[in-house]
Design a protein around this ligand. Structure first.
Ligand SMILES: NC(=O)c1ccc[n+]([C@@H]2O[C@H](COP(=O)([O-])OP(=O)(O)OC[C@H]3O[C@@H](n4cnc5c(N)ncnc54)[C@H](O)[C@@H]3O)[C@@H](O)[C@H]2O)c1
Length: 434
């Protein structure tokens, strides 16, 4: 067991796992030797998050990074150098040269590697359902970054994968806020009824523009793949790809998904991005209203603008007895504005420190400890439901009309691009000399 890891039993006692909405089962262990040895981690998609999550797995668990896969050689090389350096500093082996897999089909080789027990999927969201399916069908545990898919068809596929492999492997989704001390404290208080019945909520995600990754001389296809965050088919649009963390808190607090949504969207400042076809360019803002069961209304606003001077995201819930207020930068509080006479409760309760970096580490410990103890965890339904919540808002905003959850689920929405990625890689394993 990793020196710094939290015992799963202790974690369950604190209610952290149960609170996060996980389904935990205790099946026969698929990997007999895993309980006493460190897991081999393979990474599909070696960009910013692959490096961050890979580093956090090293910092918070005793995994060894044993394999990398990407469509681009520069990403493989820089990630190997970065994660090997971090591994060696901890006395763990460098990423083996023989386990670098390049090309868009090479994930099939990574998941088959005997050196890999756990697969981190940090590729663009469009590819997530296929990458998840390949990993679990090869008997590997998975940490799948959010969103689980970009369309309804992909979300349904992930739900089915969750059902089929439940208890056979662990499947986590990168919605780390559910593992944060402050958020957990706040949602537990909401669930205990401390703000009464929620009547309405105000939620938002305002942020800066993202950096362009294309360089002169790149083919349109390469530029498009590198700039996937601006491509609605590859990312799901900013609502699905980035704003999902906020709507996940709403579903968690309300213990439900919305019944319908209305909204609007636009592209005021984002006019052109290298490689991304004009029809596929992501919006730069969304304004939505979600209705949850019991006629609870939640407003959601977001932007992804360059230098607009205000960057913050958060959630405010207003109930019959009080209100909650949580910001990504912290704190998370419960507020009582009208105390009954003689009531001794403070008018503002601090729910705990919001530290989303620490939350990622906690989540990784829970996953690895669960795998080692044979208590496999399954977040596929949770991840699909939150992703579908964002897709509902996107559908309403694109159409400019109200869309119900049922209508969305029956829409058959399928954003298959039929992309031919052969020119991006050779589809097999390559030896990366030097
Ligand atoms: N949980 C969080 O807070 C959080 C934060 C950031 C990103 N993410 C998620 O992580 C994922 C990756 O985001 P990122 O910021 O690292 O993007 P990125 O562009 O930096 O990295 C993506 C990597 O995937 C590679 N890639 C492209 N097509 C591929 C394919 N077909 N197969 C395999 N690899 C492919 C790219 O070359 C790149 O190296 C996204 O799903 C994103 O939403 C999550």
């Amino acid at each position: 067991m990793a020196e710094k890891s939290v015992s799963r039993r202790n974690f369950v006692k604190t209610g952290a796992v149960a609170g996060a909405g996980l389904l935990i089962v205790s099946p026969e262990t698929a990997f007999g030797s895993v309980a006493n040895s460190s897991l081999g981690l393979g990474i599909i998609g070696c960009g910013g998050r692959g490096n961050y999550d890979g580093g956090e797995f090293l910092n918070n668990t005793d995994v060894r990074v044993t394999a990398l896969m990407d469509v681009f050689e520069d990403r493989l090389q820089s990630t190997r150098a970065n994660l090997s350096k971090q591994s060696e500093a901890k006395g763990r082996p460098a990423v083996p040269e023989a386990n670098l897999f390049k090309g868009h089909k090479a994930y099939e080789k990574l998941v088959q590697s005997k050196d890999v027990d756990l697969v981190l999927v940090t590729s663009p969201p469009y590819f997530h359902p296929d990458h998840l399916e390949a990993a679990v069908s090869a008997g590997k545990h998975v940490y799948l970054e959010k969103p689980v898919a970009t369309d309804v068809t992909g979300c349904l596929k992930v739900k089915n994968i969750g059902k089929k492999y439940d208890g056979k492997v662990s499947m986590h989704v990168g919605l780390q806020k559910r593992y944060d001390v402050g958020y957990r404290g706040m949602v537990e208080r909401i669930h205990r009824g401390e703000i009464g019945d929620i009547i309405l909520g105000q939620t938002f995600y305002y942020t800066n523009d993202l950096g362009r990754q294309n360089k002169p001389g790149m083919s349109d296809l390469e530029a498009r793949i590198r700039n996937w965050v601006f491509d609605r088919a590859l990312s799901g649009d900013i609502l699905v790809e980035q704003n999902i963390h906020i709507l996940d808190i709403v579903n968690w607090a309300l213990k439900s998904h919305p019944v319908k949504a209305t909204g609007t969207t636009g592209r005021a400042l984002r006019k052109e991005v290298g490689g991304v076809p004009a029809d596929y360019l992501c919006s730069d803002h969304f304004i939505l209203t979600y209705t949850y069961p019991g006629d609870v209304h939640i407003s959601f606003n977001s932007n992804q603008f360059k230098n607009r001077g205000y960057r913050q995201s958060g959630e405010r819930f207003f109930g019959t007895k009080g209100a909650s207020d949580s910001l990504q930068s912290g704190p998370a509080t419960i507020n009582y504005n009208q105390l009954e006479e003689g009531q001794k409760v403070a008018d503002k309760v601090d729910c705990g420190k919001v530290d989303l970096h620490a939350a990622v580490g906690t989540k990784m410990k829970v996953l690895v400890d669960g795998i080692k103890s044979g208590s496999f965890q399954n977040e596929c339904d949770l991840g699909a439901e939150t992703t579908l919540t964002t897709i509902l808002g996107r559908m309403a905003a694109y159409k400019g009309q109200e869309v119900s959850w049922d209508k969305m689920m029956k829409s058959g929405e399928n954003w298959n691009l039929k992309l031919n990625l052969d020119s991006l890689g050779n589809g097999g394993a390559v030896s990366m000399k030097g």
